[in-house]
Design a protein around this ligand. Sequence first.
Ligand code: URA
Length: 435
Amino acid sequence: MTTTLTIPDLIRKKRDGAEHTRAELEQLVLGYTRGDVPDYQVSAWLMAVYLRGMTPQETADLTLVMAASGDQMDLAGLPRTVDKHSTGGVGDKTSLILTPMLAALGLTVAKMSGRGLAHTGGTIDKLESFPGWSPDLPEERFLAQARDLGLALIGQTKDLAPADGKLYALRDVTATVDCLPLIASSIMSKKLASGAHTVVLDVKVGAGAFMRTLEDGQALARAMVDIGTRAGRQVRAVLTDMDTPLGHMAGNSLEVQEAIRTLRGEGPEDLTELCVALAVEALVAHGEDEAAAEARARAALQDGSALAKFRAFVAAQGGDASLVDHPERLDVAPDRADVVAPASGFVGRLDALAVGRAVLALGGGRERKGEAIDHGVGVEVLKKPGEAVAAGEPVLRLFHRGGRGLDAARALLEGGLSVTGTAPQPQPLLLGRVN
Ligand code: URA
């Protein structure tokens, strides 16, 4: 829809701190998506949004306009649909565990997932550690698999919320990424276009996350829950710590191995507890009692039902499912090197950003979209913050291939590790909830 205002009028309006109408946002955003409004005008507008912010109504309107800028998935024929999103972290293999858990618990997960970018990992890259597994399913097969198995996962397509694809790329080069209404609308436009009734959000807070402080994380969580509610969806968010990596493994195949251990009920406590907490949010959103939901979620990890779903899901999308029962056969880089404690004491800081960047340096992530990655490299956290260590004892193990990136990765990890004389205060993993 076109208003009587020109594009410079709209830029001026935001520059001066006024509120856009939905029609104005359509004119700007849909015009940009079609190619009718040039990058330079949208760049100026993005900077005005960055500096002036947006009201909750404006943010919700922007999200709806972006969600409607391309195809929208129709999941109406599927029962009890749920989607999950993490704002990105290091060692965050939660989706690999949570999605088969939810399917085993009777919900339907028909989900679009992303690849890793910069220091954060992505679910699609992790799953591609299974030779043959593919995120490219035609829509009909995707929907049929979701109906039959309760779980189907596709990669990001350019047809879903294309406005976000274009705007995100422009934000990336105009210093307008770290802007709350733009992040919230970007994430939620894809969630709304993906069609699930319920969305569970894991908003990461800390050194390895987009949101460095709890206040910023809370504001982002509130904004996203508000957008979803205005759009008639059930959205629940948890805020979780990302100062230090989740679980022990960072790197694609290593994370898949740890996810399988967790699906067998033998996972690290932090990862297991997060998966249970997110499953409870999803079940409660679908009307279940909280205590009963928690018992069911724990049981799915103990009785093999979530693992069985995962095996069937890997096979359904072309992966070698025998590796689910023999994860030791996944391709893990053969060479090892350790980072040791510089003194005796307790592990203090173990910086998630440093670990994520070390995985990147070893070749396990990409700096630019489309780069090939080495699924086998990564970092194992042998000692978590708060654990006692002796001088010279290994704290971190690097899995590398022939020394590629090893010096840089080691330097990053040494810089991200501190050993203290007294045990640090334990950091809770779950920092809050927004419903
Ligand atoms: N993830 C997104 O999808 N968009 C953002 O703006 C930030 C993180």
